[in-house]
Design a protein around this ligand. Structure first.
Ligand code: 13P
Length: 256
């Protein structure tokens, strides 16, 4: 697979700390009932941990996939409050690792994200690895350096084939929940850098295969402009994903 057009877009909903089992299942059913281009786009819902089972049941006979927002890398044991990859068996097929909220608020490091990514892969799930710079870093011209160090550290323990099987979410921290999305040019440039970094560390075939989404204030208003750009393979959506119609508009915009 060498053509960038061969990559299948993926749009994932990160509901963050919103919804419980009942309203989560209801939201999942309304997403699944939308007119969505399932033949062309992977659609993933990431509810909070308590909603994963109910959402999985709600979308079981539909093409909608389920992801976890967060996992720990150990399989079981004395880790109060944590969720392991084997505990998601039969429920989820994706898991997010390294979201900036987890990095900033809960102290996750690149090494933690690497361990989680390996655990997600070894459990047979697809990791969605989030990377991105802060506003200070962007203003200081450090975006490329930040992305290089995050991508290198997370993926250095992975083979090219493992890397190619991952999804990366480019989420500039300053665009998350702020209503200030990256411009299509900024998103495309950073995603191009990410792909170049993967090419340098894991080879061009892995770089051609890995899917790289954009995340940060994606909305029905800006999604066409962002998702029509070459190299932007879909979106990781926060706020707008809590509304089935808005999320559906974003999924439709991701279809080639
Ligand atoms: P918003 O879409 O609310 O900006 O959140 C983006 C995000 O963090 C998705 O993971």
């Amino acid at each position: 697979m060498t053509s960038p057009h061969a990559r299948r877009p993926i749009v994932a909903a990160n509901w963050k700390m919103n919804t419980g089992p009942d309203d989560g299942a209801e939201l999942a059913r309304s997403v699944a009932a939308q007119d969505l281009p399932f033949a062309q786009v992977d659609v993933v819902l990431c509810p909070p941990a308590t909603g994963v089972a109910a959402v999985a049941a709600a979308v079981r006979s539909t093409p909608v996939a389920v992801g976890a927002q967060h996992v720990f890398w150990e399989a079981s044991g004395a880790y109060t409050g944590e969720i392991s990859v084997p505990m998601l068996a039969g429920l989820a097929t994706y898991a997010i690792a390294g979201h900036s909220e987890r990095r900033q608020l809960f102290g996750e490091t690149d090494l933690d994200v690497q361990r989680k990514t390996l655990a997600i892969l070894s459990g047979g799930l697809t990791p969605i690895v989030a990377v991105g710079e802060s506003l200070d870093q962007r203003d200081a011209g450090e975006t490329l350096g930040v992305l290089r160090s995050q991508v290198r550290r997370v993926f250095e323990a992975l083979t090219p084939a493992e890397t190619a099987a991952c999804v990366i979410a480019y989420e500039p921290v300053w665009a998350i929940g702020t209503g200030r999305n990256a411009t299509p040019e900024q998103a495309q440039e950073a995603i191009g850098w990410i792909r170049d970094i993967v090419a340098a560390t894991h080879g061009q075939p892995a770089a051609n295969q890995i899917r790289v989404q954009y995340g940060g204030s994606v909305s029905p208003e800006n999604c066409e402009e962002l998702l029509s750009r070459e190299g932007i393979d879909g979106a990781l959506v926060g706020g707008a994903s809590l509304d089935a119609a808005k999320f559906a508009a974003i999924v439709r915009a991701a279809a080639p």
